[in-house]
Design a protein around this ligand. Sequence first.
Ligand code: ZN
Length: 502
Amino acid sequence: MNGRKIRLLIGRMSHESNSLPDFRTDGSWFTEYRGEAVIEQAKGTGSTLGGIVKRAQAMGFETIGSIDVVAPASALVDDGYYARIRAEFAERAKRRDFDAIALDLHGAMGTDSIPDAEGDLLAALRDAVGPGIPIGVGLDLHAHLTPKMLEKAEIVIACKENPHTDTVECGEKVVELLAQILAGRLAPVSTVARVPMILMGNGDTFAGPLQQIHSLARSLAEAHCEIHDISIYNVNRFTDDFDMGQCVVVLSNGPLHQAAEIAENIAAEFWHRREEFRDLLITVDQALDLAANPRKAIPVALADMGDRVAAGAPGDSPIILKAALARPGLRGAIPITDPAAVAKARAAGVSADIVVDVGGTMTPIFDSVTVRGKVRNLSDGVFIAAGPIEGGIRNEMGDTAVLDLENGLLLLLTSRPNYAMDPQTFESQGISIAAQDFLVVKSGYHFKVNFDGLAEPLTVATPGLGYPFPGYHPGKRARFYPEHDVSEPNIKAITFTHREPQ
Ligand SMILES: [Zn+2]
């Protein structure tokens, strides 16, 4: 770089799309930043973008913010909104006033017409910058990894842990690998093997088969100095695209003849162990029994698996509420997405007694429940997550209302879906976690880390659009085990190489 600072164009587009809901995620769901604000708001946050900024600044790079758009997981993204964002990214990239691009992309965003939005965005960026400028991407390990992504970007890697405790490290590694390319020390080659299956459950990397598969990958990477990364993708189960599956990608410095065999062998582990990927879920009644008679001196946090906002469900399920209403005296806090009920509570004002129908406004299989309660708190729904997962990140639940129901339950009504995976979802609304017998969360994994020591995590079998019960996937494009009739797969790796930077 002739002695001057390396200039890194930095951005993020993060949305995990669930193809099951009928509605569409439009621009109003996204939090957006542009220019310098992209860098400023990312600093110190527990995210891939936070890691990119952290490492780039530590290495003395000039960080140039481009565009940052993030929405919680939800339905497919509106075609028009995505087209505008893509055009804006491409316009910014055409200026070519930087040496490399570093992006935080989820990797499982889709629209009606584009099931692989990130691959499409990377193609637009590659067209804009030409072949000479390297592009590095940090993905979520639940990405739907596609050949287009590997073709258009030199570096495509994922975080390695679920819950995602290592997103910062993932972002840092993207920057380090880009720096090596710019220094002429890395000629990246990606070798990918795919197996057409989803994980029905047991997707935690801290135990079970995934822990062992990641440990195998680490030992194989350590055995070959040419290997700079092995990423393992557990595809978002609610994507609907061709060639969905578990993916293993070996990133080597130059071609490595063992890479195909390594990727294929790790991918084959998924197929051999496919029956092990099942969750042990408890029923709603069992969960409420444990809330009434806790095993520990802390509340229980009940993951509403069917209505997981973290998987793109709308968060409007009244199922646990209905069951808890039948158990007077149980103290619990239940979030439900319902903008109309929030509006009614706001119109009535704090301390007013209201009767209102809640829930079931977005998920077709749910009916609403009529509740009676006192409006206890109203807010704009903004809070900063405590983390550690996504710590420091601004959350926007839209206008909220907390209702004190007659039997001791607290209902947290939000205008926008929220994962409820962070203690601040509740505490920011004046709800003391310690004072509850139970909380309902809309996350299946990350809440376990964020509520550690505050509430005992339990995963509950509930219906909804956020859990893969047999027969859940319409499969307009997708074909995968166990939803579809997939014969014994022939796992064959393919390799992607890139031109040297100019
Ligand atoms: Zn994920």
